[in-house]
Ligand binder design. Sequence first.
Ligand code: DP6
Length: 341
Amino acid sequence: MTSPNTQTNPDLWQQAARTRKATALAHPNIAFIKYWGNENDALRLPANSSLSMNLGGLYTITTVIFDDSLSHDELHINRQPVTGPALDRVTASLNLIRAEAGLQIPARIESESNFPVGSGIASSAAAFAALSVAGAAAAGLQPDEATLSRLARRGSGSASRSVPAGYCQWLTGSDETSIATSIAPPEHWDLQDLVVVVSQEHKAVGSTGGHPLAQTSSLQAARVAGVETRLQVCREALLTRNLSAMGPVIEEDAVIMHAVMMSSHPPLYYWNAATMAIIQATQQWRAEGLEVYFTIDAGPNVHLICEAPHAGAVETATRQISGVKDILSSGPGGPARLISR
Ligand code: DP6
């Protein structure tokens, strides 16, 4: 198993420190037990622990170059210049790295992903995991995995889980202790996530805007109170590769999160008619013997989780449902890591 820390690919880390330039690759992840709501929004200290799988078929590649000829940070996403709040968020992440490294130099940041924006995959997880690894390396830091997970978390909570490999657990705690660690490598279990795209529209309220609303729902306290039990059941089922035990708890956890969203002030309704049609189809497929479960993030698109041998049958059945625009499929993925460019 590869690890993002400086011991596994020391040559790339040394080269990055010398040239003030580094490129990192990170995968997005799908949460089986969800993060929704913070104890501290500024530090992204979550209200509850969560558990996820990195999506190995999907990735973001980010290059960070510290360059003292620049007057401010410059960001390009998929070759397009980006300013405003997205650049401010990247600058805030790099400021943490600059402070730790004692650097005051602006950076040029180039980021590209192989999955479409609006596909129902939290692009911020892969983006801030890759940014943290590339930024730390280019700044000449020698961070361990926990430090990288913490840096990624400060950019986007779910990004903490994209730093370690495979199946990851992110615990509540302080700024120092709220980090993600791997509980099983990608090779542990060939689960597949089929992301069923039913809408490519930009969400009116994204995750960052949604987290502060969680506490306005009277259901959030009950959701948080039950997370530890669901997490234990999910972790145990995952470690023993027991999808029949894991599936019901991931569905329950996603539905409880959406109940919180729908009962917030103002309410967040992310589902559309096709979302509901897929939920109902999932129940029918299971009754017919096809073992597949759903989970849904902050949007209408549905993630169908099954074991790899059943992915073809699930995809064929899903394509029959009206409103399905695309399906992206992925197995478990490795850690965020430096790559040579
Ligand atoms: C519903 O990590 O995207 O996908 O910290 O504001 O960037 P920020 O939020 P983000 O929230 C993810 C919420 C979720 C559930 C999950 O991935 O655990």
